[in-house]
Design a protein. Structure first.
Length: 259
């Protein structure tokens, strides 16, 4: 496969993840994708034919993450960038809900938004060390500001900031570690099954566009394709080579506060 760059993306079946697959393919990368179900796999196969290496499974399952990396290496020979992107939202879950609901939602949100990132990075690390590769995580405007989710979600996305700093420091100089903080983006993010939000999609919420517009100084809700450029910068061996421990916000100014 020579000098061809290889990227592996989790949460690749919808939203920002799907747009990342498109963008990295367009930029000439080989791409492997972890998706949640056969329906997402079929959509990717329809769009990309057999150009992708696709794994279907639960990002919380370490064996699934190991399978993703193994199949990436078996097919493409090496790995240059791992993008930990899978995530769920909490639908503004309040601390005043019954404890059982908060507790189960907390576990689910942290398992997906934080622990699955550790799992994926752990699985990818031996291969990334061989190539002096990089990691890019999906943080959020909720890594910096309140208003874009409930406290469980905001805490999980603040945790991603800590991971970026700690792992960038720990893994330097071999592997660069960065993140992107999108905000105000309408996607099909679903919520914790434990709170009954697993069949809901943020984009279907009544008034979500207007809510985001009202929170965003630039005055519009982004589409996934509007927020992927920083990932390409951070993954790039040429443009991104001196960037580590950095989080790039692409949120229409939402973290600054309401206009």
């Amino acid at each position: 496969m020579g000098n061809q760059q290889v990227v592996s993306i989790t949460g690749a079946g919808s939203g920002i993840g799907l747009e990342l697959v498109r963008s990295f393919k367009s930029a000439g990368y080989y791409v492997s994708a972890l998706v949640r179900n056969e329906e997402q796999e079929a959509l990717l196969c329809k769009e990309f034919k057999d150009a992708l290496e696709i794994v279907v499974g639960d990002v919380r399952d370490h064996a699934t993450n190991e399978k993703l990396i193994k199949q990436t290496i078996d097919r493409f020979g090496h790995l240059d960038c791992f993008i930990a992107n899978a995530g769920i939202w909490d639908y503004m879950l309040s601390i005043e809900e019954p404890w059982e609901k908060i507790s189960s939602s907390f576990d689910e949100i942290f398992d997906i938004n934080v622990k699955s990132y550790f799992s994926g990075i752990s699985a990818a690390l031996p291969e990334l060390k061989k190539t002096n590769g990089s990691v890019v995580m999906t943080a959020s405007v909720s890594s910096h500001a309140v208003g874009g989710g409930g406290s469980c979600y905001i805490a999980s996305k603040h945790a991603v900031l800590g991971m970026v700093k700690a792992l960038a420091y720990e893994l330097a100089p071999e592997v660069r570690v960065n993140a992107v903080s999108p905000g105000g983006t309408v996607t099909s993010l679903c919520g914790p099954a434990s709170a009954g939000f697993d069949k809901m999609h943020m984009k279907d919420m009544p008034g979500i566009d207007d809510m985001i517009k009202g929170l965003t100084p630039l005055g519009f809700a982004a589409k996934p394709e509007d927020v992927v450029a920083p990932y390409l910068l951070l993954a790039s061996r040429k443009q991104g080579k001196f960037i580590t421990g950095t989080v790039i916000s692409i949120d229409g100014g939402m973290a600054l506060g309401r206009k």
